[in-house]
Design a protein around this ligand. Structure first.
Ligand SMILES: *Cc1c(COP(=O)(O)O)cnc(C)c1O
Length: 425
């Protein structure tokens, strides 16, 4: 049974102020995890984690992570602006976008972000955007800036369960395109370079992450030899998984850190290359296990199956409906209840896949019981939507001092109608 950072009495006190459903994040656990990640890679001078903003785009959490020197991995205008708001600019932003619109390239350039190109055609596209914006050309354009390319290894790298086969993924350059782009950028006066790939999602095998670093270190050597470009940073992407299921094990970050250090000694130091800063852009493993969706049982329904209908629905947490994902469910106060039943735990959306759990053994529940859905801290609230007139919930922070703070209010009907003008009817 999952250990929660709050008990039933504490949750009821919180719910008396902020009615269910809400997301709540455990600040203490987020801080401890951030420290641990930094420590595992402390051997690499200049190591940096760029928190994938899309996983949990809340500026209060981003600001906490900034205290550990985490930057922001952005891929949209809103994410760039959020990063700017928390004081992440310049090299504290990695702009890893795809199918990128002109205005986002321009914004990233203005913020002096590290721009990570997704395609060889984006290099001339970016230059055209900057020309049109009146940004001076030539070497001055790239003065002090790091330009990066996203590598897609295609068949050279086996597939990851969620992200699929790299050669079927829409992201990144082929090897030849990559080498060509580095040459073009060098000719244009770019002096600082990075190299990126992202080939994992929710990966729990540490060897897969270590292999990704090996692949990039080797490629960095080839880029130096064939394009005469030395990359100063290698970004292994995000995708470190978390143990959603009780029988899964968390990624051993120390093991990954040690494994990548060994690869670095062999493939970077051992090959006489200059220093390379290791970067990553994880989202899920940074906030995922430390966020909870708290809801209340609204109805118990007994037909062909037994249903526990909650006041939350898939607009609060879409992963089970979208991927059939497993999330642990705890009924606070009934953790040790002897009496159990088998439930489908549902939301109120008019879609039959609006189920947080299917045929799950849980303590016998009554209307009014609190229910905690675990591991909702990444790709949880963030994926929320308003289909079926459902509103997004509040986000709360359980602070280190034990006090709860609202870090995003719940949406209201006025928010839902804000884009409609009824006067034109
Ligand atoms: C989604 C995404 C991430 C974060 O992935 P996690 O699984 O949350 O670690 C990082 N980088 C890019 C480019 C992404 O699209």
């Amino acid at each position: 049974m999952r250990k929660l950072p709050f008990d039933k009495a504490k949750l009821e006190a919180i719910a008396a102020i902020w009615p269910t459903p809400f997301h709540i994040y455990d600040e203490k656990a987020i801080r401890e995890n951030a420290k641990r990640l930094k420590k595992a890679f402390a051997w690499n001078k200049g190591f940096k984690e760029y928190f994938a903003v899309k996983a949990c785009p809340n500026p209060y959490l981003m600001k906490i992570l900034k205290e550990y020197d985490f930057g922001g991995d952005c891929s949209s205008m809103a994410e760039l602006v959020l990063s700017e708001k928390v004081g992440n600019t310049g090299e504290d932003i990695m702009f890893t976008s795809n199918d990128t619109p002109a205005e986002e390239f321009l914004k990233a350039y203005e913020l002096k972000a590290i721009i990570n190109l997704d395609d060889i055609t984006h290099w001339p596209f970016l230059n055209r955007v900057l020309d049109e914006a009146g940004v001076p050309g030539g070497e001055a354009r790239w003065e002090g800036r790091i330009m990066c390319c996203r590598y897609n290894p295609g068949p050279l790298k086996g597939g990851n369960a969620i992200i699929g086969k790299p050669e079927e993924a829409k992201y990144g350059f082929t090897r030849d395109q990559l080498l060509s782009c580095y040459r073009q950028m060098k000719e244009a006066g770019v002096k600082r370079f990075g190299l990126h790939t992202m080939v994992a999602s929710n990966e729990l095998d540490p060897e897969y992450i270590i292999d990704t670093a090996k692949l990039l270190f080797t490629l960095a050597g080839e880029i130096k030899e064939t394009a005469g470009v030395e990359v100063e940073l290698v970004n292994i992407g995000g995708g470190i998984g978390i143990p959603y299921k009780p029988d899964q094990k968390a990624m051993d970050l120390e093991y990954v850190g040690d494994g990548i250090e060994r690869a670095y000694k062999e493939l970077v130091t051992g090959k006489g290359m200059g220093r390379i800063r290791l970067c990553m852009e994880c989202g899920r493993c940074i906030t995922g296990p430390y966020g909870y969706l708290v809801a209340r049982v609204r109805h118990i329904k007994n037909t062909y199956r037994l249903y526990a209908g909650l006041d939350a629905c898939m607009s609060n947490l879409m992963r089970p409906a979208l991927y059939g994902a497993y999330h642990e469910i705890v009924v606070p106060g009934k953790e040790d209840a002897g009496e159990t039943s088998v439930y489908d735990v549902t939301g109120s959306l008019c879609e039959n896949n609006d189920k947080f759990a299917i045929q799950r053994v849980l303590p016998v529940m009554e209307p009014g019981d609190l229910v905690v859905i675990c591991d909702a801290g990444a790709h949880g609230h963030a994926m929320g939507f308003q289909y079926n007139g459902k509103l997004r919930s509040a986000e709360l922070l359980l602070q280190t001092d034990g006090v709860t703070r609202e870090i995003r209010r719940a949406e209201t009907l006025d928010d839902y109608f804000a884009t409609l003008n009824f006067d034109g009817l």
